[in-house]
Design a binder for this molecule. Sequence first.
Ligand SMILES: *Cc1c(COP(=O)(O)O)cnc(C)c1O
Length: 377
Amino acid sequence: MPRPIQALIHTGALRHNLARARAAAPDAKVWAVVKANAYGHGIERVYEGLRGADGFALLDLGEAERVRALGWRGPILLLEGVFDPRDLELCSRLGLWHVVHETRQIDWLAMHKTHAPHRVFLKMNSGMNRLGFRPEAFRAAWARLDALPQVEEITLITHFSDADGPRGIASQLALFNATTQDLPGERSLANSAATLRHMGAQGRTSSDAEGLRSDWVRPGIAVYGSAPDYPEHDAAHWDLHPTMTLRSRIIGVQQLQAGDTVGYGSAFTAQQPMRVGVVACGYADGYMRVAPTGTPVLVDGVRTRLVGRVSMDMLTVDLEPVRQAGLAADVGSEVTLWGQAGNGAVLDIDEVARAAGTLSYELMCALALRVPVEVTD
Ligand SMILES: *Cc1c(COP(=O)(O)O)cnc(C)c1O
């Protein structure tokens, strides 16, 4: 029998969350962002749940080929554009749309031989200072692209640094709008946080969105059921459902006496007699080694906590709250590290991530290859 650890991908939740993003921006087309192997879920595994999107956005050319291999004939966007002039051949062959954020990418396009002109997304650096042309260089880049026979259509794109927080999007949006005012073409501005918080037909949290036009929104994390602005809001606030569950089982139980310690470094000491369960899940499965004592876990759907240090293949949980709930947790009991328990209880991945000082994004992406994955509804 294999180790009892398993990840579940919930197709119905993906479909539901995509619908939530659509409802927040009802006039926009929706890119389902599937970069990083669909945030660790697996592109092939999310395809059924996300095929109702208007397009797929990602950044690895191999991943673009995989989406085409699934039979997707609609738009695919390379969020970082091409990395090498030869990549443009693949763009022509597979009909990939690509971001242009750098002068060299325009040079390469100008030398590219293609029958079918490309759809490009010209990126402005409106303050994130990651990718894109600064506002003062943006219009010249646009004019150069517009003059190229290799270019069919130019969409204007930028990315917000603070759509999830108190700084908001107002100053970046004002700069973007001032620079692009009279330029034609569609716009793509909003990630999950901007879509839900600043476009959201319901639950909008700011008036920053005055002038926020995003013909294509780009939700990633919301589609995977996590709140982009946790802990200000949680997934339930945005009516998002978990799309990834990480489950395992208890493979050993120890009865501790007061003063006994648990695991490497004796990082946890029992204050009174207590039972702990040893779970077949460790950092080699993608669970965070830095998760401290107290990180929430569900045993048989009952909320309890991690105790002691996470090791490579195992971690330890407090079984006292489970006993207090009237359940006799033992070897074989189900443990939910995040997502949906068998009894329907949900452990927010956002809460687990926060306990470990990180974000749900990182947990999802870190799901290890050795964990068997099942797609369910
Ligand atoms: C990853 C990414 C997104 C999606 O961001 P979320 O916070 O997951 O919604 C959108 N746009 C760009 C350019 C990205 O790189």
